[in-house]
Design a protein around this ligand. Structure first.
Ligand code: NAD
Length: 406
């Protein structure tokens, strides 16, 4: 197998391959993930946690971003990433909670004039320091807030899923066109180093023909957490595990295979008597068929904890596990000779700033965004087809634009 982007022992290490006599390494690699490590009594060191490595760029070279919605993901990941970004910076905040506006505003040095309630979002128009609005609210609110941001003259990054219906996605795309502004969907895996590396290997033919792939995205839904309470409401979330995390399987495999499906067969599970799943599904499982004959299988769920992608190629198989975690994603490739861990130099955690800076660069330099609104619309159409197939218990055929046939 050749690695066009700098093969070296430091970047790719064999972690498997009994055939190569590396069985000991297989064992240690496997055990490390599975066991609770022993903590010694004596003072000691431990590995450096995964951190972003590059400092932010100069303030005057960064576009101003307003974060809309100051919940779990915004405060835990988006705002810290914006503060570290090289081409972007925090310039505004929108929240319905004045206390949060005050505390988060002072934490990130956002002037009072650039802190808005949802009812005053239109006033962002007068804030010249804000170039981009980043919408990070419950799924069903995305469309209205994105349209408002375009009406205020801003570019938009919208969290996934783009909306809760394809009709809303279309409305958002139309608003972007009318405002002549960019619309990007926050599909961070397209900027995650191990995912990007796998895509490069696929495009270089290193896995051979990939006729089958599998992806599973599961995480426990926790009803005691505010961030998961709206996820149990169909009107706010638009669906269950499929729209929340199954979308990573769908979007990721279509990206990796570079082809769109023409038929989907699906099933969903809403365990009876479980209040978490009174309105939305726990499990969604779907098989998608492609015109070339390829097949993929995806599953999502709200009880287990697994984020994994498997690609079965004629020359090699590839496993991303975890595939789409916030940090520490791992890519392993297996050939007849053994299993190779593909080490990438950039930490997974840089996916957030890479994603954000990608949009800032596209705005500044006039380039295309890699994950545009049209991709979000396509995925919502597929999600609608998956739910339809599960509802009727039959396969659903898809037109080339991913609308349902018949
Ligand atoms: P959250 O509940 O923690 O945050 C949502 C925020 O929106 C809260 O501050 C809440 O006050 C506000 N809000 C506005 N209108 C609301 C309403 N009508 N009901 C409830 N809250 C309302 O949720 P979160 O986990 O941060 O998710 C927010 C969005 O970000 C979702 O679209 C989710 O899919 C997305 N997300 C993306 C990633 C990723 O990795 N890209 C990770 C987590 C969440």
């Amino acid at each position: 197998m050749t690695d066009r982007s700098a093969p070296s022992a430091s970047r790719r290490e064999f972690v498997g391959g009994l055939a190569l006599g590396l069985g000991g390494l297989v064992a240690s690699a496997t055990m490390a993930g599975a066991q609770t490590p022993e903590i010694p009594n004596a003072p000691t060191g431990r590995p450096q946690p995964e951190l972003e490595t590059t400092p932010p760029g100069p303030a005057d070279q960064r576009l101003g971003w307003a974060v809309i919605g100051l919940g779990d993901f915004a405060q835990g990941y988006a705002l810290p990433a914006l503060a570290r970004a090289r081409a972007s910076r925090v310039a505004g905040l929108v929240s319905g909670n004045p206390d949060k506006l005050r505390s988060v505003g002072s934490q990130y040095g956002v002037p009072e004039a650039a802190r808005f309630g949802y009812d005053r979002m239109g006033d962002m128009r007068d804030e010249a320091a804000i170039d981009v609005a980043y919408v990070i609210t419950p799924n069903s609110t995305h469309a209205e807030l994105v349209v408002k941001a375009f009406e205020a003259g801003k570019h938009v990054m919208c969290e996934k899923p783009m909306a809760t219906s394809s009709a809303d996605c279309q409305r958002m795309i139309d608003a972007a066109r009318a405002a002549d502004r960019k619309l990007m969907v926050a599909y961070r895996a397209h900027f995650e180093p191990s995912n990007v590396k796998l895509k490069e290997m696929l495009d270089a033919g290193e896995l051979g023909d990939v006729l089958f792939a599998n992806s599973d995205h599961h995480r426990p839904l926790e009803p005691s957490l505010p961030r998961d309470q709206w996820r149990m409401k169909k009107a706010l979330a638009g669906g269950g595990s499929l729209v929340d995390i199954g979308i990573y399987s769908l979007n990721g495999l279509i990206w990796f295979l570079g082809e769109l499906p023409n038929r989907v067969s699906a099933t969903i599970v809403q365990p009876p008597g479980d209040a978490r799943f009174a309105e939305v599904e726990d499990i969604a499982a779907a098989q998608l068929e492609f015109p070339s004959g390829k097949r993929i299988h995806i599953s999502s769920g709200y009880q287990a904890n697994k984020k994994r992608i498997d690609l079965f190629g004629s020359k090699a198989t590839a496993v991303l596990d975890p595939a789409t975690a916030y940090g520490g994603n791992r890519l392993r490739v297996t050939q007849p000779e053994g299993t190779l861990e593909v080490l990438v130099e950039t930490p997974s955690a840089e996916q957030f700033t890479r994603e954000i800076d990608h949009l800032s660069h596209a705005i500044r330099e006039g380039g295309e965004v890699l994950t545009p609104g049209e991709m979000g619309l396509r995925d919502l159409r597929l999600i609608e087809a998956i739910y339809r197939s599960a509802e009727i218990g039959q396969p659903v055929d898809l037109a080339p634009d991913m609308t349902m046939k018949g």
